[in-house]
Design a protein. Sequence first.
Length: 360
Amino acid sequence: MNVAIVHDWMTTLGGGEKVVLTLAQALGAEIVTTEVDPSVVRNAGFEGVRIRPIARLPRTQPFRAIAATRAFARLALHGVDLVVLSGNWAVHAAPRHRPNVYYCHTPTRVFYDLRETWLHSLPPQERPFARAWTRLHRSWNERALPSIDRIVANSENVRGRVRRYWGRESVVVNPPVPTDRYRFESVGDFWLDVSRLSHEKSLDLAVEVFRRLPRERLLVVGGAPRGTDRDAFIRRLRPPGNVEFRDTVPESELADLYARCKGVLSTSVDEDFGMTAVEANASGKVVVAADGGGYRETQVDGVTGFLLPPHADRFANRIASLSRGDLESRAPRCRAQARRFDVRVFVERMRAELEAARGG
């Protein structure tokens, strides 16, 4: 089966990019996207995957999303048996490419459950324009939905959103984590938060937690979406001296940080799935996370992780209570839990979904 994968853009390395790169490598498929930063593919360790950019986009939102939507609506691929769609705007390629499968990371959250909190985070003078854009682009996106033949959600959490917002059913195939790539080395002297610098990741909560823990260290690793002023984003958080921010690093370096950290912090509220929590477990590390969303599907509360209300004091108290010996003793159970989400499981289940979509 000749498969093409259509993905929004390849300009930062996140869970969505890891999903499509893994699938493309397994299937020998080409990824068609708007823009590509070669360092993203290189840092992820997928240099052999074929990627074809089709558009240059504005750097600022929402003009970037609008331009991507138009590019995918005009896309016409030939000689493929099936198209896999991934991202918020790639759905607009569906009408011209059937049969298709949409791997849904989540319905666009600023159009639905995070709309009001996102609008509130903007300067008052920008809110009327942003409100109009989210209303109109949501309607534009939803017009493409009837052309989607099959939806695969990345978690039960996202499956519920697909049903609630779109009235569609989907099957769940969790994202892939190459568990053999990760290792446990030691319980180190710093906590790790691997997160994109965007509002839905609740990094303000992470900063407040460690403001209460001056004897602990937090390292935040992750890139900013294109069009986001990284330095200004960090300044607005007013991080204390024990919180350090580092840009995206190669996967080999990230695996080393996981191996040597004390544990992993994940403050994103109602996370879609949360690949970083599984990567942490694969490294034998405990996750302290906001209770809800995908973390409830990946963590054994009180064993491989601790799921807490999104309050700084609750997080700080839990982190302070964890001794080095306690954290080290949990490593075998963490690694066993992570293997449930291994790459081999993902590839096998996705092959079955693609065959079903093609009528095989």
